[in-house]
Structures are given as C-alpha cells and as structure tokens.
Write a protein that binds this ligand. Structure first.
Ligand code: NAI
Ligand code: MG
Length: 371
C-alpha cells in the first residue's frame, strides 16, 4: 500500500462523520491502509488518559491522520468520571493540543469557501484560506495567577508601563504572555505564501495589530514584509485584526489568503467559517513539516451522537485537504466536485441545511456525484 493513514474518530459525532469519511475514501480507492486509534473522553474515563501512548506510537508509523472530534468537560466532572483508583492521580489535557505539540503542527489551515447553492452562505464568491500559527502566541500557556514577586520585579525593572499596576496585590493580578519567535513567524508566513503559489491564489494578507502590540505583531509584520519580497507575483497586504472583523462582514469576497498568530487566527477563522455555512462545513488541517492531522472544526455534539444526522461535509472537506496534502490532486479534485455538486443540486441535505437526510446518505450522494 502506498499510504498508512491513522483514523481517530474520538467521541460523539466524531464517530458518525468518520464513518462518512471512510465510505468516501473507499469509493475513491485511495491506495491506503487505515489504522484506527484510540483517543478522547472514552479513554480518559477508562484509562485516565485521553491520548494513550499507543495512539502516539501509531501516529508515528503513519503518513498522516484524520481526526473526528472529542468531548472534554470541566475539571470537576472530569475527576468524577474517573474510576476511583485513578482519582487525584491524573490530570485531563486536550489531546489535540498535545498532538500539535508532539508533531510540531505549527500551521492551522482553515479554508472557508461559499459553495454555490448552499442556503447557509452569507454571501457568494467567498473563498478564503486562513493560516493560523498553532504553537505559540497567547496560547503558549505561559501564564501567572497569582503573579509571583520575582516575575513582577523583573517586569517592573525592565518595563516602565508596569508602573500603573504597582498598587495591585499579586493575587489580584493575572498575566498571560504572548510569546512569538522570529522562526515561528517566518514559518507560518512562508506556509501561507507557499500555499498561495501552489494554488495560484492572488493575495496574502497578514492580520495583526502592530500599531498597538508593537513587539510581537511588529515582529510578525517585519518578517512578513521580507518574505513577501520573495513572491513578487502574489499581492501582499496588512490589516489590523479589529478592522478585519468588520471587513470580513463587509467585503469578504475581497480576501484570499489570510495569515495570523494563534489567537487572532482562531477568532477570524471562526468568523469566516460562519460566513460559509458554519460548523457543518468548516474543515481544518494541523500541518507541520513532516506530519499533518486533518479534522472538522466542530466538536463531538453529544446530543447528536450516534444519531447520524449531522452534516459530514466539514469532515469530507477535511478528507479533501488530506488528499491534497498527500499529493493526490486528482482524487482531491474528484471529491471536491462531488461535494460541490451535492451542495449545488441540494437534493440531499442534512438538518442544518434545512433537509432531513442522514450523515451517511449525504456521503453516498457525494460519492454518486464524484464521477
Ligand atoms: P459542537 O461543535 O460539538 O456542537 C455545537 C452545535 O453545533 C451542535 O449542537 C450542533 O447543533 C452544531 N453542529 C456541530 N457540528 C455539526 C455538523 N457537522 N453538522 C451540523 N451541525 C453541527 O460544540 P459544543 O457543543 O460546544 O461542544 C461539544 C463537545 O465537543 C464539548 O465536549 C467540547 O469540549 C467538544 N469540542 C471538541 C472539539 C474538537 O474535538 N476539536 C472542538 C469543539 C468542541
Ligand atoms: Mg476555535
């Protein structure tokens, strides 16, 4: 077999949409072996580990992974659902965040495209791909509450702006650091430009806020300008995150590739996803230099678990991204045509689109429309 692909259904509707993905992959006759792996709440409850070591080992042996969705719950509930012998001994963590770290999947790629005939489109002609830095920035996890004296002393010594906080007690203060590295900025920007080049896209816009967040956003813009020079055929633009939120509502057709840091990218990718149909359509890829995990953006939607009513398009579009990444352009295009035609004809629709087709009926319709 040409490829080994890890299949990680996870919890709830993750399982439903993974079944749809497998149907489509079989129909495409991709030359691959599919190996199913354990991940999610079910394994937290049984083993006290939502990402068992055997799953990490499995991923290391595969070319890439397809991931469904997982359930996560607040600390107290997490603890209560554990078997008694594990209580107090283990702590819950997000398996997908952990996987991004282990495999250094620094680019979170989110294509947002308005398919013709989708009743949920906010506007037609939207075709945006967002590149979000996936490992650093405000989600680095370097945070303090209460803030230790040592940390405060250093900050006060080196930054006069700390003066305004000088009367605030340590336990009345919280600090979350927004850490960027130059290399972190460079590699996400380069990924965005390389994608633009490969897919004949016309522009790349960096979305930051360098006028206010002068050091981190400033460094990102500095690196973007340098890299942009290497791609003279691609138009380069800059926009502030707050303005972008307005422009994406006002003129979403104007934008092509957007690239941003972790939190800003998180926000605009949810905004853009909603312009083109929301969670039933939103797909994503967590991409590094040698490994990638593709997943729909939605969660495990417990109330629909096992009912086979949710829209599989978000998952099928993630499969399409995976095929593209593997270099299977013909199969990717075939699947894309099947998805586009299914949405355009509108004969088979899940509940979110106003229909009553099941998850697997929708997948079968996509398969029929692939040829
Ligand atoms: P969710 O995305 O699971 O569902 C929210 C609502 O969106 C659903 O009730 C449903 O009405 C709609 N929806 C989601 N996917 C859909 C689809 N494919 N087709 C049609 N409608 C769809 O978010 P929620 O309810 O906030 O979280 C449920 C669980 O999922 C939680 O435990 C949460 O932690 C987890 N979660 C996991 C994610 C992941 O695995 N990447 C991402 C987001 C949430
Ligand atoms: Mg998000």
């Amino acid at each position: 077999m040409k490829y080994k692909i890890a299949m990680l259904p996870g919890d709830g509707i993750g399982k439903d949409v993974m079944e749809a993905a497998q149907l489509v992959l079989n129909a495409l006759e991709l030359d691959a072996e599919y190996i199913y792996g354990d991940i999610g709440w079910e394994f937290w409850r049984k083993e006290g580990n939502p990402l068992p070591e055997r799953t990490i080992e499995l991923l290391k042996e595969t070319d890439c992974a397809l991931f469904g969705a997982i359930t996560s719950k607040p600390k107290k509930e997490a603890e209560e659902e554990l078997p008694p012998h594990l209580r107090g001994k283990v702590e819950y963590f997000s398996p997908i965040v952990k996987l991004r770290q282990i495999f250094d999947l620094y680019a979170n790629v989110r294509p947002c495209k308005a398919y013709e005939g989708n009743p949920l489109n906010y506007r037609d002609n939207i075709d945006i791909v967002i590149f979000r830095e996936n490992t650093q920035g405000l989600y680095s996890g370097v945070e303090f509450r209460p803030v230790p004296d040592e940390v405060r002393n250093v900050l006060e010594k080196y930054n006069p702006n700390m003066e305004k906080f000088k009367d605030v007690p340590n336990d009345e203060m919280a600090i979350s650091l927004r850490i960027f590295t130059r290399e972190g900025c460079r590699r996400i920007i380069r990924k965005a430009f390389e994608y633009a080049k490969e897919h004949n896209r016309k522009s790349v816009t960096v979305v930051e806020k360098p006028n206010v967040i002068r050091e981190t956003s400033g460094m990102m813009i500095e690196e973007a300008r340098k890299i942009a020079e290497e791609y003279p055929d691609i138009e380069y633009g800059e926009a502030n995150i707050d303005a972008m939120a307005m422009w994406l509502i006002k003129n979403p057709e104007r934008y092509d590739i957007l690239v941003s840091s972790n939190m800003f990218g998180d926000i605009i990718s949810d905004l853009a996803a909603q312009l083109v149909g929301g969670l039933g359509f939103a797909c994503g890829g967590n991409i590094g230099d040698d490994y990638a995990i593709f997943e729909p953006v939605h969660g495990s939607a417990p109330k629909y678990a096992g009912k086979y009513v949710v829209n599989p398009i978000a998952m099928l579009r993630s499969v399409k991204m995976m095929l593209d990444w593997l270099g299977e352009k013909k199969l990717a295009e075939k699947l894309e045509n099947g998805i586009a035609r299914t949405i355009k004809e509108g004969k088979v629709r899940t509940y979110d689109m106003g229909g009553n087709a099941t998850t697997l009926e929708m997948a079968e319709e996509v398969i029929r429309n692939m040829d």
